[in-house]
Ligand binder design. Sequence first.
Ligand code: SF4
Ligand code: SF4
Length: 291
Amino acid sequence: MKLTTLIKTINTAKKIYNKIVPYFLQDILVRKFGQGTYLSQVEFHIVDHCNLNCAHCNHFTPLASENYCKIDDIVDDFKKLKIIFDNIGKIFIVGGEPLLHPELLKILDPLRNLYPNSEIIIITNGILLDKQKEEFFDALKKYHIALSMTHYPIKVDYEGWIKKLDEMGIKAYYFSLDRNKMRKQNLNLEGSSNKEKAFLKCHEKNCHFLRDGKLYVCTPVPNICFLNKYFNLDFKIKKTDYIDLNKVKSASYINAIFKRPINFCRYCNDKEIEFDKYKISKKELSEWVKI
Ligand code: SF4
Ligand code: SF4
């Protein structure tokens, strides 16, 4: 059999399996005969604000008020997630700037206990690395936490830090190398975008996001509240735009939902992707909305 025919046959078999086998049964089967239920990746805010405030930030961070998320609440959310997903590929600790949280290290032990095999990564702009005490680097080593840096055009010696962390035995790498330009969000205020097209082009549909007992397919939906509040807008989130972890308990169901566009996709860019030169936010609507 040719490779292409084999791939087609496997995909058809997968489609039939997903259609005829109920989700709860798929979960049971993967637990009994596979490696357990699985989510590819999830991220969460440990703070909402940032010390850099880039224009076009896709977490709308320059518009967020100073907010340090409660460690206990995050742990509770991960306990709920653990009931559904036995394994998670990657867990990203993000913000805002995670190093702003005075209790950042307190999340590492519970996270590592719940998900011993996940890759856990802190995403940082690097500005506060110089200020970290020995206990910070010790904790990264102890709990096998990686540090991922976005290479912004600012005065941080990213090369030097990657080398230094490597020497300390801490996994460190660039999250994004080219931040001389930023992708424009170009949100559609009318909500008249083609959902399928927007979803197909979307760079964020695998950036699943955990907040307040809810799991979202992507980053913009849970964080749109910052844009709405700052500019007094009304981007609407429907109940079908997220998974309520108190109600939904099936990993197979969630993974199936995450493969399809949601109602909120009607606000996203379904046209050509545009970029803008890197700059600090002036908190102007045009940084996020097509006007
Ligand atoms: S450093 Fe990252 S989180 Fe902070 S404003 Fe820039 S893009 Fe947003
Ligand atoms: S709402 Fe849809 S198109 Fe917009 S970021 Fe999320 S998944 Fe992507």
